[in-house]
Design a protein around this ligand. Structure first.
Ligand code: ZN
Length: 199
């Protein structure tokens, strides 16, 4: 008996050589050690091809941001086993304007110190300020309150999942439909439940 297989659905995400990435020049100009690019790969989603830069001399970690969680999951699978991409995991994007990310290497230092962060990713000293500005970009006017501000929950929503009941705000705060919240530094705000009333 012959079995008919359905036609293979071509994956919308694939690995390509580093030269295929639209942002390879960005990294070539800004990495302190451009030889890192020799082991880099391009992750292409539809017609958007971006570079995944491995860890190596002077670069302790890396990430690729994605708006859609399933793409971050697929990118993690594609990068699994490649040299320079250890400890692949899914995380919130360090870039304020994007929701998810696939990360590799050491965890990003828990700091707002731009110089420390820029060095962690192996950027030249002259490129660190530019990286830091992009990381915390808020293009909203008026600008969103920070994650530590009293009105922190007034920041705009950058992504949300109504099924599981959470939303991530522009300042990195994650708010839950039960009114609890989780700050980027890991501080949890318990849900505000009404006071129990006496029977
Ligand atoms: Zn904003």
């Amino acid at each position: 008996m012959s079995v008919t297989h359905p036609p293979q659905v071509e994956s919308q995400i694939q690995l390509l050589p580093p030269e295929a990435a639209r942002d390879i020049a960005y990294y070539r100009e800004r990495l302190a050690d451009p030889s890192l690019l020799e082991a880099a790969v391009t992750v292409r989603v539809l017609d958007d091809a971006r570079l995944a830069v491995p860890v190596g001399p002077g670069r302790l970690g890396g990430y690729l941001p994605y708006d859609v969680l399933v793409l971050a999951v697929e990118a993690r699978e594609l990068l699994t086993g490649l040299p320079g991409f250890p400890h692949l995991r899914l995380h919130w994007s360090p870039d304020g304007d994007v929701c998810h990310a696939v990360e590799w290497g050491e965890p990003q230092p828990d700091t707002d110190d731009d110089v420390r962060l820029g060095r962690f990713y192996g950027y030249r000293e002259s490129a660190i300020g530019e990286y830091a500005a992009r990381r915390r970009a808020c293009a909203h006017r008026p600008p969103c309150p920070g994650a530590g501000a009293a009105d922190q929950e007034a920041a705009r929503v950058t992504c949300r999942d109504d099924v599981t009941g959470w939303a991530r705000l522009c300042n990195g705060l994650v708010v839950f439909s039960d009114t609890g919240a989780l700050a980027p530094d890991g501080t949890a705000t318990p849900p505000r439940r009404p006071e129990p009333t006496a029977p």
